[in-house]
Design a protein around this ligand. Structure first.
Ligand code: GUN
Length: 294
């Protein structure tokens, strides 16, 4: 069994990005600028956004954090999105999800200029991704592809089972794994909360990507010998072993599953650090106008 060290790969990519930023600046170019909108005080979102802003500093990007209370109106938020769309200094921005119930996430996402949509959530980016055109690919799937690539994990012709059908991970992941590319070229099965006998599909999988948000869902008896298991789950569960009183638990029962795997990602330290680094890479691409010229 080989542990996929997302933390180490992310650190490597972080220094590659930092080096490129220095080159851009040395040539008189503009420092890439990422803005993040955070609504409310959800513990998970606070942690993620703080980490995104910190990573911006580490790679040499400019960053801006725009905060609103839970009772911000949809109109007010949309106005800020339009302002960021029009601000020539901002190369890319994100609106951290989830948003409070009275705000339509879809409306917010569709208001973001797709050329600044470094999360890759806008329907134009999703559509372009699904037919293999240059676009911003959403960060978690992009990070997983990068892990598969850097660990030289063979995917062509393999059966990949994606657990979960979210717009952020499950759907784009399934689409990318079936793409005619490397990594890719898989036969893909998507399982979700209504799938009957998930275990049957998992036992047939060469690669399992678990993104259900159900802590410890994938058990040892659901995985065949030699499978590659990628754990996207990051549920905060109470813990008396940490200072914060929480720890992150993945969708995979690691101790049972790991001995059967050829490769597996841990939680934390697997997919999580790659998600943030993929956002940084998208921001660099946005800064360089590498995908969309304007
Ligand atoms: N909430 C959970 N993951 C993400 C993400 O990748 N981007 C945004 N904007 N919100 C999220």
């Amino acid at each position: 069994m080989k542990l996929i060290d997302g933390k180490a790969i992310a650190a490597q990519i972080k220094s590659e990005i930092a080096e490129e930023v220095q080159q851009i600046l040395a040539q008189g170019g503009k420092r890439p600028h990422l803005a993040a909108i955070l609504v409310g005080h959800d513990g998970g979102s606070e942690t993620y956004v703080a980490s995104k802003v910190r990573t911006c500093e580490e790679v040499g990007f400019q960053s801006a954090l725009i905060r609103y209370e839970d009772d911000v109106t949809e109109d007010e938020l949309l106005k800020k999105v339009i302002e960021l769309n029009e601000d020539p200094d901002v190369d890319g921005f994100i609106v951290q999800l989830p948003l409070p119930k009275h705000i339509s996430e879809q409306k917010v996402i569709e208001t973001i200029d797709y050329r600044k949509d470094v999360d890759g959530f806008h329907p134009i980016n999703v559509g372009r991704m699904s037919i293999g055109l240059p676009c911003f690919v959403s960060a978690t799937p992009a990070g997983i592809l990068e892990l598969l690539k850097r660990y030289a994990i063979e995917t062509s012709g393999k059966h990949c089972v994606v657990l979960g059908r979210s717009n952020i991970v499950g759907k784009p992941m399934a689409s990318l794994m079936m793409q005619k590319s490397d990594p890719g070229d898989c036969t893909v099965t998507v399982c979700h909360s209504r799938t009957r006998d998930i275990k049957k599909y998992c036992l047939e999988a060469d690669i399992i990507i678990a993104a259900l948000g159900a802590p410890g869902f994938l058990k040892g008896d659901m995985v065949k010998e030699g499978a590659v298991v990628i754990d996207v789950g990051t549920t905060r569960v109470p813990s008396d072993q940490t200072k914060s009183g929480f720890k992150l638990k993945g969708d995979v029962e690691f101790d049972e599953v790991a001995p059967k795997c050829s490769f597996i990602t841990p939680v934390p330290g697997g997919v999580g650090p790659m998600t943030i680094i993929s956002l940084m890479r998208n921001t660099l691409l946005a800064g360089k106008k590498a995908i969309y010229c304007k």
